[in-house]
Design a protein around this ligand. Structure first.
Ligand code: AMP
Length: 384
């Protein structure tokens, strides 16, 4: 493979590994800027494949599929973290690959992620590794109760987690997780969950979006409001910490840092995602440059765009649950408030907990934005 030279200007061909909604919105941002776009996706029907100029079909670790993908992409990015680091290293021999394998490798495994945070003096909840039955001993003494066990890899939206209330539940909880390597975390009494999306260029230039305040339901993001109502000192600290994470990882691309804001006003890093994030979807309408546009710019070696908000905003997710009684009433939601922006990801089969789309509302008052967007979602199922 011949290494491409930067910057990658339109109409260069950009490819994303992963066919979900994050890949779809990356491709849409790239297309607006005049790039050719493609995806490595499980099927031609994947959300990203539906809008791509070209698609390589196959699992991300499958060499023939990767070769077909590499044959058409000049710049490569990812939409999820569970991409094999060796595959990314192989791709990087002939392609621009951002984020690089190290950022993805650290953030795809909670043991590596926590170790990285500890080694870099970045604040996080107390934790212990659980790789063997022997490491279960002393967890309760070290972390207190309740504590939470999380599988080191392949967990998302609360999957692969078990809460432990009593000391005698530690071993059964680990058993329910298949006795795979885990991290055990002390329970954090948080006042709020917030996140910061940052973009970092190859030259180290980096920008942070305003802090988003997140509400989860059943461990799945339900709503985000930006800017978060956390006060200027906490907001600045969160942004500085997120930028410090990106710098310490040497990330080129977009990175999201999720935090717990403790009752005492401290910030603890919960999770890293080496990519745009659900809590940043509202930047499509609310920011000068969206998180997906920044992903394109960072990948291609272009100057980053402004992360400033044109307006405060709120976003709610549309889960498959909303389809339980038949198709949602789109007309009712859109007619009641012409400021509501509808995003659907092209998924044909709604399922409980499946992210089908989202709604965004801009409003000078963030709380009013949240009330309006929540009201619009309620109207989707109003008659039922
Ligand atoms: P995670 O997959 O690690 O982001 O966890 C999913 C959700 O579980 C978080 O957004 C929190 O609401 C909750 N959670 C996870 N870890 C903890 C913790 N150590 N203390 C309290 N709540 C937690």
């Amino acid at each position: 493979m011949v290494s491409p030279t930067l910057p990658l200007y339109p109409p260069a061909s950009l490819g994303v590994i992963g066919g979900g909604q994050l890949g779809r919105m990356f491709l849409q941002a790239a297309q607006r800027m005049g790039y050719r776009t493609g995806v490595l996706a499980a099927t031609e029907e994947s959300p990203a494949a539906q809008v791509a100029h070209w698609t390589a079909v196959g699992p991300p670790g499958h060499l023939p599929a990767l070769r077909a993908f590499a044959g058409q992409a000049e710049g490569v990015t990812v939409e999820f973290e569970n991409v094999s680091a060796p595959a990314l290293r192989w791709l990087a021999r002939g392609k621009v690959v951002r984020p690089g394998w190290r950022t993805v490798w650290v953030s795809q495994n909670r043991l590596r992620e926590k170790t990285f945070l500890r080694e870099n003096g970045l604040p996080h909840a107390p934790w212990r590794p659980v790789r063997s039955a022997g490491e279960l001993a002393g967890l309760v003494e070290g972390l207190g109760l309740p504590l939470i066990l999380k599988t080191a890899s392949s967990g998302y939206d609360g999957k692969g987690q078990a809460r432990v209330e009593h000391a005698d539940e530690v071993e059964p909880a680990w058993a329910t997780l298949g006795r795979t390597p885990c991290v055990a975390e002390g329970w954090v009494k948080f006042a709020a969950e917030v996140s910061v999306v940052v973009a970092r260029g190859e030259d180290g230039q980096a920008v942070a979006y305003p802090v988003g305040q997140n509400r989860h339901r059943r461990h799945i993001l339900d709503a985000t409001v930006m800017p978060a109502a956390v006060g200027p000192a906490v907001a600045q600290e969160a942004q500085e910490l997120a930028l410090a994470v990106a710098q310490a990882l040497g990330t080129v691309g977009v990175l999201t840092v999720e935090f717990f804001l403790t009752e005492g006003g401290g910030l603890l890093i919960n999770e890293l995602a080496p990519r745009p994030h659900n809590s940043g979807h509202l930047t499509i309408e609310a920011a000068v440059s969206s998180q997906f546009e920044q992903q394109v710019r960072a990948l291609c070696g272009l100057p980053l765009g402004s992360p400033n908000l044109v307006s405060p905003a709120a976003m709610v997710n549309l889960l498959g649950d909303l389809w339980a009684g038949g198709p949602p009433d789109w007309r009712a939601a859109l007619a009641a408030d012409p400021g509501v922006k509808l995003h659907l990801y092209g998924k044909r089969t709604p399922a409980v907990g499946r992210k089908m789309g989202h709604l965004t509302v801009l409003d000078p008052d963030p709380e009013t934005a949240l009330a309006r967007v929540t009201d619009a979602r309620r109207r989707l199922t109003g008659g039922r």
